[in-house]
Design a protein around this ligand. Structure first.
Ligand SMILES: Cc1ncc(COP(=O)(O)O)c(C=O)c1O
Length: 398
């Protein structure tokens, strides 16, 4: 806080921070992907490639952008707080009921609504190690306890670092009110199949909410991959969240939706901000929903890029975690933060899954969003330049 208007009041600042709830002070803040502009400023670079936040490399749904361009916006008017038109489009698209839908300012908002409505000190939420970071943040912000279940081991034959559903089941106790599970999961890309998920849902006590986070599910094209929206009909305690930030390409606008039993929706609506989804986001999402061509193209480019990078890393003898999502997580063998820094100097932003020391787990892995072919080749070339130097330096100093 030096050299700021607050520099004389550091002591008061400490006291004020101390007044916050203990469990809020204990939170480690979410670190977002490094913005392109920040890298440009820091390194004096112009041509920067960001493959750090699992955004769609093809841009936004053209239907969404055309719709936004074609209209005059009454920006002085509040958006439709009930999201009538977008809900109607979702009903049509997925054969849902409006009373079973909640809209969110990104699906992140929906995860927080679940936490606010169902978690509190004395309660807990269960999720896997290496799950999406927001599950811990949303849980901790309510004062509830985080119960992190160890993931499948790195040497697991089919799903290293994947969610261990039987262990998660055993972790559920009388204080558990929410289970979070992403399918596919971020940052690993791992997944659970239809049979395993159904068996899990049958065994979870019906009073415990299971939040199935399907932020990346539109990328998956496999017959054994479960469809949460179908499972919702069978399991009243299931809450499925989806987003327009990933395959639809609308991350900047912040919009997602949850599908759940109307009784659960009614509780989430109680803690929802009245106008939580903005007008442009509502309109764009509605248009994007029907953009079948864009979705199919995005899925295809992703599948090709994912295969390309998987093979490229295999050729280099670098282990990757199995992924069905729009990113790949690869073992770089040295603390991920060091590789992140070196790639920044090459103008490439990726996501390090650890800092500058090896703390075990996935701290020596980096996550790369699948880009276009040219982008995938660029990140590979950058890695080919920096990794031998870094690994050489490590060998030389040890
Ligand atoms: C698994 C998962 N869930 C939810 C989100 C939240 O996305 P948004 O709030 O943009 O919908 C993300 C974003 O990266 C994610 O990876």
């Amino acid at each position: 806080m030096n050299n700021s208007q607050w520099s004389d009041s550091a002591h008061e600042g400490e006291i004020l921070a101390g007044q916050a709830l203990d469990y809020v002070r204990a939170i480690s803040p979410y670190v977002t992907g490094k913005p392109i502009d920040a890298v440009a400023r820091e390194f004096g670079l112009t041509d920067i490639l960001k493959l750090a936040s699992n955004e769609n490399p093809l841009g936004a749904s053209p239907r969404a952008t055309e719709t936004l361009r074609a209209q005059n916006w009454d920006l002085n008017i509040y958006p439709d707080g009930g999201g009538y038109a977008l809900k109607a489009a979702l009903v049509q698209q997925f054969d849902l009921e409006p009373s079973g839908i909640v809209l969110g300012n990104g699906s992140n908002d929906l995860l927080e609504m679940v936490a606010r409505a169902y978690l509190a000190p004395g309660r807990n939420a269960v999720f896997s190690a290496y799950a999406f970071a927001v599950y811990a943040l949303a849980t901790q912000a309510t004062g509830a306890q985080v119960k992190v279940v160890p993931a499948l081991p790195p040497e697991h034959p089919t799903m290293p670092f994947g969610a261990d559903l039987p262990s998660m089941l055993r972790a559920i106790d009388a204080e558990t009110h929410v289970v979070f599970l992403a399918n596919p999961n971020n940052p690993t890309g791992t997944w659970v199949d239809q049979d395993a998920l159904e068996a899990f849902l049958r065994a979870v006590p019906p009073t415990v909410l299971v939040v199935l986070d399907e932020a990346y599910s539109e990328y998956v094209d496999r017959p054994d991959f479960p469809d949460g929206l179908m499972l919702c009909r069978q399991f009243p305690n299931l809450v499925v969240t989806r987003t327009f930030s990933k395959i639809y390409g609308l991350a900047a606008l912040r919009v997602g939706f949850a599908v759940a039993h109307p009784a659960v929706v009614a509780m989430l609506d109680r803690v929802r901000q009245p106008f939580n989804v903005n007008h442009l986001a509502l309109i764009a999402a509605e248009a994007a929903l029907q953009d079948e061509d864009f979705l199919a193209h995005s899925r295809q480019v992703n599948a090709v890029g994912l295969r390309f990078l998987q093979q490229a890393f295999q050729t280099r003898g670098m282990a990757t975690i199995p992924s069905l999502a729009n990113f790949i997580t690869v073992l770089v063998g040295i603390p991920a933060g060091i590789v992140f820094d070196a790639l920044l100097r090459e103008g490439v932003i990726i996501r390090p899954l650890g800092g500058r020391v090896d703390t075990g787990g996935i701290s020596c892995h980096i996550r790369i969003t699948i880009g276009t072919q040219a982008q995938n080749e660029r990140v590979l070339a950058a890695l080919d330049r920096v990794l031998p130097q870094l690994l050489g330096a490590k060998g030389g100093s040890s």
